[in-house]
Design a protein around this ligand. Structure first.
Ligand SMILES: [Zn+2]
Length: 473
């Protein structure tokens, strides 16, 4: 009896782990112990820094990624060009109150804004929080004015869509500039560009939250005049920009693809270390680790380093257009663009069946933290146009509190990337790619037909964002 019990116990203890777990353990182990992603990210952040789309800095970063992928022995490393309608380079943005004792304001220009015609002055008008339908101030009061306004999501409509619409209304009314109080603490500014590309309707500045509050207190006590000088280079000559692509060819179904995506462009005040240097670093290290396994995945794993994300997810949009005929064979897209932070899991972008299949497939890596699956959908990362085309899309879901403060701000630097989180995110992204690339065909979610993909956008409230990013307003 004792013998039998022991044999049963031994069989249980010694039974081999789930098939394939050896490779999963190797992939995760290398990501967690070798620090490859952090080593790459240090070079990207410190040798290149901020990388605005169309800039020489982004092109230096593209050279660095290309060299790293070639060094790691990836197959089919190449660039895919697309047309960038305009390029923009930050000059300066200055603002102060006009009074006996002028007060300088902490301001920064949003991306792709025009310049003021030299130094300008105007009365300050507070619009509060406009809904973008009607302006609460008569148009004649806006002519020549500097307008202060806050924006937030209203109903299904993201704040950036409302901001873009209001900026066009203000430009039409002859306003001088729009100032948006930052929602970040400690005088940090929040500059972005969604809704502005290829050229914003008028100069648009982020103003430190504290200064926004002060301007409103001053207004409550009487009229306020502001002096502004905003100068940037906005070049509307179309130029070539590019996505970088590399592959690990599949051994059984090389024509079927699991695509991992991150964006190499960033904003310029910081180093773009989290947004999206961390996603790029995770992909570069995942490519290195997966390619060195000695065993090829069943399907092809493709790595895409997009440009133009910050303008209007331009690079991934161009990719989806150029690869329209191939989308049936892109079995899943995984994007990392929320920073390397504590992992919650994955967002399945509005699709329950995608969440369900990811939950089953990713069971071996639940211990790394990626065990929660949200159906939340958004249109502000590079998965968006794949999702709109019905391709199953997952985005890595990490704790957003720190990232929301850092990204697009002067504080998006390497100092704010935690090496432990960087390694863990890399482990999850790399193993997720491996598991998807080796999954049985029946275990993968399907591509949605066009009508269902359209219904998905409507159901998730993303139809307006889709239209704006596609070029319609
Ligand atoms: Zn990003």
């Amino acid at each position: 009896m004792r013998h039998a019990v022991c044999a049963v116990a031994l069989a249980f203890i010694c039974s081999p782990a789930r098939a394939g777990d050896d490779q999963v353990a190797r992939i995760a182990g290398q990501a967690l112990t070798q620090g490859g992603a952090m080593t790459f990210l240090e070079r990207l952040a410190d040798d290149v820094g901020g990388r605005v789309t169309g800039s020489p800095e982004l092109h230096r970063a593209q050279d660095l990624v290309t060299a790293s992928l070639k060094d790691a022995g990836l197959a089919n490393v190449h660039a895919e060009d697309w047309t960038l309608l305009s390029r923009w380079r930050r000059g300066h943005a200055r603002a102060h109150t006009v009074s006996a004792a002028p007060i300088a304001l902490t301001v920064g220009g949003f991306g792709w804004i025009p310049s003021t015609p030299g130094p300008v002055e105007g009365p300050l008008v507070d619009l509060g929080m406009p809904d973008g339908k009607t302006l609460s101030v008569p148009a004649e009061k806006l002519k020549g004015a500097v307008v202060l306004a806050d924006f937030k999501k209203m109903g299904d409509e993201p704040g950036f869509l409302i901001r873009a619409r209001v900026s066009r209304q203000l430009a039409q009314a002859g306003a001088v500039a729009l100032m948006v109080p930052s929602t970040k603490p400690d005088r940090m500014l929040d500059i972005g560009c969604f809704g502005n590309f290829p050229k914003a309707a008028l100069p648009m500045l982020s103003v430190a939250a504290d200064d926004g509050g002060m301007l409103r207190r001053l207004l409550a006590r009487g009229g306020v005049r502001l002096a502004l000088d905003v100068q940037n280079d906005l070049d509307s000559t179309p130029a070539q920009e590019r996505n970088l692509i590399a592959e690990i060819p599949g051994r059984e179904h090389p024509e079927e693809v699991i695509l991992l995506g991150a964006h190499l462009d960033s904003w310029d005040p910081g180093q773009g270390a989290q947004d999206d240097g961390s996603g790029v670093a995770a992909l570069v290290d995942a490519a290195r680790i997966l390619n060195a396994l000695g065993e090829r995945p069943a399907r092809t794993i493709r790595f895409a380093f997009f440009a133009g994300e910050e303008q209007a997810i331009l690079g991934s949009q161009a990719y989806v257009k150029a690869h329209a005929a191939e989308l049936d064979r892109i079995k899943a897209v995984v994007v990392m663009d929320e920073g390397a932070d504590e992992i919650k899991g994955f967002k399945a972008q509005g699709r329950k069946e995608v969440a369900d299949s990811a939950r089953r497939l990713f069971a071996p890596i639940a211990g790394l933290g990626g065990d929660d699956f949200s159906e939340e959908a958004s249109f502000d990362q590079d998965h968006a146009f794949f999702m709109a085309a019905g391709v199953p899309a997952l985005t890595l879901w990490t704790a957003e509190e720190r990232y929301d403060v850092l990204h697009h701000a002067v504080t998006d630097t390497l100092d704010h990337v935690d090496a432990k989180h960087m390694a863990r995110c890399t482990a999850v992204v790399a193993t997720a790619a491996w598991l998807l690339a080796n999954a049985d065909a029946g275990a993968l979610p399907k591509r949605l037909p066009a009508d269902e993909a359209k219904a998905l956008l409507a159901r998730t409230g993303l139809a307006g964002a889709y239209e704006m990013a596609s070029g319609g307003k």
